[in-house]
Design a protein around this ligand. Structure first.
Ligand SMILES: [Zn+2]
Ligand SMILES: [Zn+2]
Length: 93
């Protein structure tokens, strides 16, 4: 394991259709199911600063912080993704 770092996640597909966000830092083998990435502090692919991964980032292969994603207004689509996630998180497995 590399010493303490902020995970830099990239979306990859395991097997045929299982998508995860995998940390691309050398030596780190951490990965998360896509929906489990929300709320994590991760590194922006553009400015390299830490930011909190949100539902909006699930559409990005290389997640970027809000500043680097452009100051687009939240779309209806991303709000729908966020509320879906909230519902998913309310379910105890
Ligand atoms: Zn990592
Ligand atoms: Zn950024």
């Amino acid at each position: 394991m590399p010493k303490s770092h902020i995970h830099k996640l990239k979306r990859v597909t395991l097997g045929t259709d299982y998508e995860v966000y995998r940390c691309m830092v050398t030596g780190c083998t951490t990965y998360y199911a896509t929906t489990m990435s929300v709320g994590l502090i991760t590194q922006c692919w553009s400015c390299l600063k830490p930011f909190e991964f949100s539902g909006r980032n699930l559409r990005q292969v290389k997640p970027k912080c809000l500043d680097c994603s452009g100051k687009q207004k939240e779309t209806r689509e991303s709000r729908a993704a966020d509320s879906l996630l909230e519902r998913l998180r309310g379910i105890k497995l």
